[in-house]
Ligand binder design. Structure first.
Ligand SMILES: Nc1ncnc2c1ncn2[C@@H]1O[C@H](COP(=O)(O)OP(=O)(O)OP(=O)(O)O)[C@@H](O)[C@H]1O
Length: 244
């Protein structure tokens, strides 16, 4: 993938199983967001192909929803209207839409705040609206670009746990970009480490921890060991090595 003469992703081959939770980590500028944008269909590849469920990805589609670091909620809509928006676009009928919206709001723990506007919510609550907005359209693939990066540590941990809960119930395929190795280890089935210049895949790590994961998972010695290994690989790759 090139931007002008700049080769941003080179020879990237990634295949994700249905229902798998894949985390992408890597130094700044290695092309993580570019890869997500390609999968979302926001950007067209200059060479190579992308497929979702066997179909060539040519444009954005409702089967692939994105959650960004910055909130993508409409400030002029209430919580209910924000979550309902995608369903409305898809032509879901009023009663069904209403019931579905209510259940998604409940799922992300925002019952009672349906009539609030985003400006009346905390950062964590707005992120919940954002997650509900994305999953409401029942995407087959959820693309998440550092969705919890701006949250404080406690809210972030809570959101991770709540999100895993939702994911385990729905089994959506997730591709999740993060700079936080612990987050990747806590959430993912697999961690794909990318390197820069040009952006490429350096290693893939299967995350061996049983599900459902909990607060206890975070303190497992095996998690800390894997964290140290991945951090070392990240350091080497940031310094220009190949992390092997
Ligand atoms: N629209 C664009 N036009 C030109 N260059 C771009 C464009 N988008 C990204 N790039 C370049 O592509 C490279 C990869 O950027 P990208 O945002 O995908 O990296 P990243 O791994 O997500 O970085 P970060 O972790 O800092 O968010 C960078 O060198 C960036 O400058």
């Amino acid at each position: 993938m090139k931007f002008g003469e700049n080769l941003v992703l080179d020879n990237v081959s990634l295949s994700v199983k249905p229902g798998e939770f894949t985390c992408l980590i890597g130094a700044s500028g290695c092309g993580k967001s570019t890869l997500l944008n390609l999968i979302a269909g926001f950007t067209k590849p200059t060479s190579g192909t992308l497929r979702a469920g066997g179909e060539l990805i040519k444009a954005p589609g409702p089967e692939r929803a994105m959650v960004f670091q910055d909130d993508a909620v409409f400030p002029w809509y209430t919580v209910h209207q924000n979550v309902e928006y995608g369903l409305k676009l898809r032509g879901v009928r009023r009663e069904e839409r209403h019931a579905a919206t209510k259940s998604f709001i409940k799922m992300v723990g925002l019952e009672g705040r349906e009539k609030s506007y985003p400006s009346q919510l905390s950062g964590g609550m707005r992120k919940r609206v954002d997650v509900a907005r994305a999953i409401a359209v029942a995407p087959r693939i959820l693309l998440m670009d550092e969705p919890f990066a701006a949250l404080d540590a406690i809210t972030k941990a809570r959101m991770q746990e709540e999100f895993l809960d939702i994911w385990e119930k729905r089994q959506t395929t997730v591709i999740f970009v993060t700079h936080d190795i612990e987050e990747a280890l806590f959430l993912g089935d697999r961690i794909v480490l990318m390197g820069t210049h040009p952006g490429r895949i350096l290693s893939e790590t299967i995350v061996p921890f049983a599900r459902p994961r909990s607060e206890k998972t975070r303190t497992m010695p095996e998690l800390q060991e894997l964290r140290a290994t991945l951090l070392q690989q990240l350091r080497i790759s940031s310094a220009g090595g190949d992390a092997k």
